[in-house]
Design a protein around this ligand. Structure first.
Ligand SMILES: *Cc1c(COP(=O)(O)O)cnc(C)c1O
Length: 221
């Protein structure tokens, strides 16, 4: 992977632009910005922390573990795991992960409950119909939430990924996810990324996950 240098001043400027975009959407309250640093080096994490961001997301187990180890513990952000997750990676991720956002099946729930009792999780719903994006069909999410709660996990919200390249087409899925979170009594709706955050915020996002809008285009993996 080629590494792209990160200029902290540029990240600060991009964060100002991001905040301006958020401010232009009506009635946004208590929003968490997750800085998604996948594909970038540890200096992206440092730059985000310098700007006052306290929540960082990663998609790949090895990359996340390496970054968590490379940061000194005084500056530790809250680390969210966002990627497709294999059961056999759970154990090695436990010391690194604060919130598991991409939980989408019973075997993962059981493994996380076993390795990290009481862990904070989100259930991921598939909003695009593309299996490679992960997530359970919306109609299976309520029973997964029940299963996770019975297993002793703290279910904090739902997560979903929109349809690439078409924010408006993502709106119905975002809306359905928010309605489901409401009906299940879940506080957090982790929807909205660099390209579709306005639509997600209009539909009731409480947490946006932003990579390229903060750090620029990602290196090809
Ligand atoms: C990569 C990724 C993001 C951030 O994507 P950007 O378009 O760069 O903002 C957010 N959520 C998930 C699950 C991702 O994989």
């Amino acid at each position: 992977m080629t590494s792209i240098p990160i200029d902290p001043a540029e990240v600060a400027r991009r964060l100002d632009d991001l905040r301006a975009r958020i401010d232009r959407v009506d009635s946004v309250r208590d929003l968490t910005i997750v800085a998604v640093t996948k594909g970038f080096d540890i200096d992206a994490v440092s730059a985000a922390l310098q700007c006052g961001i306290t929540t960082v997301g990663e998609n790949y187990a090895q990359e996340m573990i390496a970054k968590v180890a490379a940061l000194d513990s005084e500056t530790r952000p809250e680390w969210h795991f966002l990627g497709r997750l294999q059961r056999n990676k759970v154990r090695s991720l436990v010391p690194a992960v604060d919130v598991w956002q991409s939980v989408d099946r019973v075997e993962l729930i059981d493994e996380i409950a076993k390795r990290a009792p009481g862990a904070h999780v989100f259930l991921q719903a598939n909003l695009s119909g593309e299996p490679q994006k992960g997530g359970a069909p919306l109609e299976e999410v309520p029973s997964l939430v029940d299963h996770a709660r019975s297993a002793g996990l703290l279910v904090e919200g739902l997560m979903g990924v929109g349809i690439e390249g078409s924010p408006e087409q993502s709106r119905p899925g975002f809306r359905a996810l928010v309605a489901l979170a409401d009906s299940l009594g879940l506080i957090h709706r982790s929807i909205g990324m660099s390209d579709d955050l306005e639509v997600a915020l209009q539909e009731g996002s409480t947490m946006i996950r932003v990579g390229s809008a903060l750090f620029g285009p990602r290196p090809i993996r």
